[in-house]
Design a protein around this ligand. Structure first.
Ligand SMILES: Nc1ncnc2c1ncn2[C@@H]1O[C@H](COP(=O)(O)OP(=O)(O)OP(=O)(O)O)[C@@H](O)[C@H]1O
Ligand SMILES: [Mg+2]
Length: 260
């Protein structure tokens, strides 16, 4: 075995998922190494979000195995599941903050639920997360409707970080942000990865994010991962979707931006 190989935080094998008889994934394999940012790309509807849900225990596979931190979530008992869930944080596509709660209350929700911490301590823990994601302290008292799109993403990330996770799932975190806001968000993810040693599973279709932030990229097409590796390798693969995605006008622009 390669001694430099990092342990796998996520191991998906022979995954099959379906809704009734509509098959979304078949024979899908994917490894995510400890401490890396894995970018998951693919056309709309190829099953990126469903894959994330399958990994975090929200979409039971009809075949195959999903191991996170070495445990098979779907086979685990309730206690093990809870302890696995505490070790990851999730930012769903669209953010999904509770609109009737303030930012601080949103961040406190998992702290209350999983750590059973209340009061001032919970507030302090939430304030720390809010500052970690670069939001001003007064953002904690605001409701999601009072925040810009970029601030909402940061608030969602603060909630995902509430339990000091080792692993973070991000579904299209930069969607809807302007390029500057998106680049700042990329920087934030990279900094958090480095300072906290996070492993990140990130669904994105943002080519700049792939270039700036992702250590490896997995391409989803034809119901499985057709290519996985460093971006430079993956973009050279001979597949129609990959050619179009990476070598189309936007792909070329992202490459030029990276080189400059
Ligand atoms: N709850 C559901 N019930 C039935 N079908 C579903 C459900 N959720 C997702 N699907 C189907 O699974 C497929 C994959 O959906 P998914 O949301 O994972 O795509 P995606 O790759 O994340 O797309 P996008 O880039 O647009 O977010 C789609 O055909 C979708 O219609
Ligand atoms: Mg999606």
């Amino acid at each position: 075995m390669d001694k430099s190989a990092k342990p796998n935080v996520i191991e998906v094998r022979d995954l099959r998922t379906q809704f009734d008889d509509v098959v979304v994934h078949n024979d899908l394999d994917l490894d995510v190494h400890s401490g890396e940012i894995m970018g998951v790309v693919g056309g709309s509807g190829t099953g990126k979000s469903v894959l994330m849900r399958a990994i975090i225990g929200l979409k039971r596979p009809s075949n195959g195995t999903v191991r996170v931190f070495g445990d098979e979530f779907y086979e685990a008992d309730e206690k093990t599941r809870l302890s696995i869930e505490r070790r990851w944080g999730v930012l769903f596509q669209g953010g999904a903050l509770f609109s009737s709660l303030t930012v601080a209350q949103n961040v406190m929700a998992p702290i209350r639920e999983h750590l059973h911490v209340e009061g001032e301590l919970a507030q302090d823990m939430a304030a720390l997360k809010i500052s970690m994601v670069g939001l001003p302290p007064d953002a904690g008292a605001k409701y999601p409707s009072e925040l810009s799109g970029g601030m909402k993403k940061r608030a969602g990330l603060a909630r995902a970080l509430a339990l000091d996770p080792e692993l973070v799932f991000l579904d299209e975190p930069t969607a809807g942000l302007d390029p500057i806001g998106a680049a700042k968000f990329d920087e934030l993810i990279i900094n958090l990865k480095e300072s906290l040693g996070l492993t990140v599973f990130m669904v994105t279709h943002d080519l700049d994010t792939l270039h700036a932030a992702c250590d490896r990229v997995a391409v989803l097409a034809e119901k499985h991962v057709i290519e996985c590796g460093p971006l430079e390798e993956v973009r050279r693969a001979d597949h129609p979707w990959i050619n179009e995605y990476f070598s189309g006008p936007r792909g070329r622009a992202a490459l030029v931006a990276k080189a400059s």
